[in-house]
Design a protein around this ligand. Structure first.
Ligand code: C2E
Ligand code: CA
Ligand code: CA
Ligand code: CA
Length: 277
């Protein structure tokens, strides 16, 4: 038993070493990746649940490294945040997503574009100006842009309130992402001009496994509606979940049941196929 314990210990050290090596590699490669154009955006549709009609898309970042292969955002976003690289990367995402929105418009496809924004970006003093600049560069009305922020972004609630007010003032919509996983209270959210709440996929996946969760989801929908937020459920993977959400009055949804995130061309095909029927 003793020997086994020792092996486990060595295994543990190795695991940590590997993790460290992987992290260092990613950090080094990451810094080059932006210039080498290794990032692309995929788009996942948001549908109106009752009709299944696509009403917009969310831009999701993808990093495909030539040797390492695809690196998941949950692995590289934290690195980008720690190194501050999230600011130039996030700026690129916004620029590219709005370029795509305009390109689709020119092709006769009008889509609202949702873009994820991390805390560092949001707090950056030139963020609002950058958003304005990107909209005007693409000659886009602000009504096509939704910024998704998590509750953790709003740690400094006073500062966040100012930025959200400014976005509201220029006509850009704001969604609270991963709603229910953070600590913000609805009484705080209610004071801010927020347009959408996105019910986190961890709740949606548990609707039928946990009676508490189904009550929580119902309550979130009801409260959100009373406070005049648009409600978007994420991570819908099957029809039962969709039915439950519709029955309980959720407006919009996203998830593999409708479509995974897709490259721009495939997304365009999907939208066109829907328009033609
Ligand atoms: P998120 O914003 O909550 O995005 C939803 C995630 O759920 C995406 O993972 C999406 O691919 C995945 N998803 C969609 N439908 C389903 C489903 O039916 N089931 C399950 N299990 N998952 C589903 P992804 O693309 O790996 O992104 C993970 C997270 O990385 C995002 O979570 C977001 O927080 C972050 N992220 C992605 N792109 C960006 C970006 O451009 N900027 C920033 N700051 N963060 C980003
Ligand atoms: Ca999101
Ligand atoms: Ca989310
Ligand atoms: Ca998330």
């Amino acid at each position: 038993a003793k020997r086994r314990g020792k092996n486990n210990f060595q295994f543990f050290i190795h695991e940590n070493e590997n993790r460290l090596v992987r992290r260092n590699t990613l950090e080094r490669e990451f810094k080059k990746a932006l210039n080498k154009r290794e990032f692309i955006l995929n788009y996942q549709p948001k549908v109106e649940l009752k009709t299944g009609v696509i009403i917009g898309v969310e831009a999701l970042l993808r990093w495909d490294h030539p040797e390492l292969g695809p690196v998941p955002p949950l692995e590289f976003i934290p690195i980008a945040e720690e190194t501050g690289m999230i600011v130039p990367l996030g700026n690129w995402v916004l620029k590219e997503a709005l370029r795509q929105t305009k390109a689709w418009q020119k092709a006769g496809i009008e889509m609202k574009m949702a873009v994820n924004v991390s805390a560092l970006q949001f707090e950056n003093h030139s963020f609002i100006d950058f958003v304005k600049e990107m909209l005007s560069n693409n000659k886009l009305s602000p009504k096509y842009l939704i910024l998704e922020i998590t509750e953790s972004v709003m740690q400094d609630i006073k500062h966040s309130a100012i930025i959200i007010e400014k976005l509201n003032h220029i006509g850009v919509q704001v969604a609270i992402d991963d709603f229910g996983t953070g600590y913000s209270s609805l009484s705080v959210l209610n004071k801010l001009p927020i347009d959408f709440l996105k019910i986190d996929k961890s709740f949606v996946s548990e609707i039928f496994n946990n009676s508490n969760t189904s009550s929580i989801v119902k309550t979130m929908i009801e409260m959100g509606k009373n406070l005049n937020f648009g409600l978007i459920a994420e991570g819908i993977e099957n029809e039962r979940q969709a039915e439950f959400l519709i029955q309980n009055g959720c407006h919009f949804g996203q998830g593999y049941f409708y479509s995974p995130p897709l490259p721009a061309e495939e997304m365009e095909e999907l939208i066109k196929s829907q328009l033609s029927c």
